[in-house]
Design a binder for this molecule. Structure first.
Ligand SMILES: [Zn+2]
Length: 175
């Protein structure tokens, strides 16, 4: 097993974990997906997707702002860095296939999704919708940085839990 490439710092006093100065918590994947299953059961898939979109969108924007400052990155380089860090944090292997900040469009491939791993490849539906908020938030940052602020939307166009070889997301302008 390779050591994680992501630089984890643990404060010896408080036991707080951080990566690039951003506080983190390490949780079992099955715990996070159990939360997901329970919120789906309580509120329905649509409402759960809406809640996760808003939270993920906001968190991605905040993360990108901080990381841009920490690493001196801007525009699409921040988005690329974001895909790398999400991959390193165990969400799955995210590959940026296309990005056009001017047009507000991106295509992102996801292999070995943490959600597919927990739900199984025979889930019968797309299960990785949590990524849509983070992808829109990350693209929002990249677009704003290139002076083209936009409202964005994203969808998982195919999912490995629903017959596809890998998961695929498309981000595009909502207007
Ligand atoms: Zn998927």
């Amino acid at each position: 097993m390779n050591k994680p490439e992501v630089p984890i710092e643990v404060d010896p006093q408080t036991a707080t974990w951080a990566v690039d100065g951003v506080p983190m918590i390490l949780v079992p994947r099955h715990f996070w997906v159990a939360v997901h299953r329970e919120t789906e059961a309580a509120f329905g898939v649509e409402a759960n997707a809406d809640i996760l979109f808003k939270a993920g969108y906001w968190a991605a924007l905040e993360w990108c702002k901080k990381e841009a400052g920490t690493h001196g990155l801007s525009g699409t380089a921040v988005f690329e860095h974001y895909m790398k860090r999400m991959t390193q944090r165990g969400w799955g292997r995210l590959s940026l296939l296309e990005i056009d900040a001017e047009a507000g469009r991106a295509r992102v491939r996801l292999d070995h999704s943490a959600f597919v791993a927990e739900y199984g490849r025979d889930g019968g539906r797309s299960v990785c919708y949590m990524f849509t908020g983070p992808l829109c938030g990350g693209m929002k940052f990249a677009c704003a940085d290139s002076d083209r602020p936009r409202t964005l939307q994203a969808r998982e166009v195919q999912c490995a839990a629903n017959g596809a070889d890998y998961c695929l997301f498309e981000v595009e302008p909502a207007e």
